[in-house]
Design a protein around this ligand. Structure first.
Ligand SMILES: NC(=O)c1ccc[n+]([C@@H]2O[C@H](COP(=O)([O-])OP(=O)(O)OC[C@H]3O[C@@H](n4cnc5c(N)ncnc54)[C@H](O)[C@@H]3O)[C@@H](O)[C@H]2O)c1
Length: 338
């Protein structure tokens, strides 16, 4: 970025100065970040990146689905065990914080259908507590993890942010409610917020063992042990799988995006899709496994196809996915092997 700016400086000094102020300066100044859900898959990757960049990080988690082993020991990292459903906890952790990367949530669609009230309290009330605490603490930017599930099962692809939303599960509704609260706090309380609609994130450290685990860790674990994974449906459903590094980049870019980009939600995906049957072939090739998948009935709440339009995120967050599905699968399978 700095070399690119030096070349540009000769061509257009004013524009280059603005780019420097907006994109480079914030990353050079040490800031304090709060990561909720820090013991989870995405939160634990965020903390690694931020301390490497020299930022101070406060992490919050209640270990409802996260793991102590995901927490690092680092002089720039401080962990607080607590729950976002408790307003006082949220107020305590927001003190002195510049940026919030809010990842804490219960994440499974099928489980949300079994326990809708739990999902509402955990995901919606918890987020509202955190927004209130962030507003009162004068936080500079609040980035919240949303989900592609807010689009529901509409046949139109790719999913564009301006489309009507049709959430199909309590989990998807909880994410949409958080997006709305985020926008409201941006518009009426001047807390700059950005929602990130993640499309099927995968990478090292994602838990393959829960009954509600995501498909890539489940498939990798099964094929690495030459066992048969289960596919719900005929396997022709498609997904836009997004490697974890791209999601970390999106969170950091959202913190320095211009104020005009706030109060909105953006698709965070690769802009490409693959069917589960094709994914099986990719993973079989990667692992050398000869196991075959078992097919079971489609699950309630699952969407058929998913593909992100990433145009808005490119324009407003200056974002482009850096790691392809194949490279990401390679890195992830190395991690599961070791
Ligand atoms: N992984 C994906 O593919 C994906 C896709 C779309 C959206 N998301 C969203 O991204 C975020 C992070 O997902 P992840 O995959 O890292 O999930 P994860 O389950 O690994 O991490 C979530 C973390 O939040 C913590 N948590 C949950 N409720 C909490 C509470 N009330 N108080 C404090 N901590 C709490 C959990 O213990 C866990 O450590 C979630 O908001 C999820 O809905 C993830």
């Amino acid at each position: 970025m700095l070399i690119h700016l030096r070349v540009k400086l000769q061509e257009n000094p004013t524009q280059t100065y603005c780019q420097f102020i907006r994109h480079v300066l914030p990353s050079l100044i040490m800031s304090t970040y709060l990561i909720t859900g820090v013991a989870g898959f995405i939160g634990s990757h965020l903390v690694n990146r931020l301390v490497t960049m020299g930022h101070e990080v406060v992490g919050l988690d209640n270990f409802s689905s996260g793991f102590r082993e995901n927490l690092i020991s680092h002089p720039l990292f401080r962990f607080i065990e607590g729950d976002i459903r408790d307003l006082e906890t949220c107020q305590a952790v927001c003190k002195g914080v510049d940026f919030i990367l809010h990842q804490a949530a219960l994440g499974s669609v099928p489980r949300s259908i079994e326990e809708p009230l739990l999902y509402h309290h955990n995901n919606v009330t918890g987020t509202l507590n955190l927004l209130l605490a962030a507003r009162d603490a004068g936080v500079k930017r609040f980035v919240l993890a949303s989900s592609s599930s807010v689009y529901g099962d509409t046949p139109i692809l790719p999913k564009i942010e301006t489309m009507p939303l049709q959430p199909k599960s309590p989990y998807a509704i909880s994410k949409l409610a958080c997006e709305h609260y985020g926008k409201l706090f941006n518009d009426i309380y001047e807390l700059p917020t950005i929602g990130l609609r993640y499309f099927n994130v995968f990478g090292p450290r994602q838990n393959p063992d829960s009954q509600y685990a995501a498909v890539i860790p489940k498939f990798l674990k099964a094929f690495l042990s030459n066992e048969s994974p289960t596919i719900f449906g005929d396997g022709e459903q498609t997904r836009d799988f997004t490697f974890i590094d791209n999601v970390i980049d999106a969170n950091l870019k959202a913190c320095v995006a211009p104020l005009s980009s706030c109060g909105a939600s953006y698709n965070i995906g690769c802009g490409d899709r693959i069917s589960l049957n094709q994914l099986v072939i990719e993973i079989q090739t990667l692992t050398g496994s000869t196991a075959k998948p078992i097919y079971a009935d489609t699950r309630l709440g699952d969407v058929r196809d998913s593909l992100a339009s990433i145009q808005l995120a490119t324009e407003c967050l200056n974002l482009a996915p850096q790691i392809s599905l194949r490279d990401g699968l390679n890195q992830t399978s190395h991690w599961y092997r070791s």
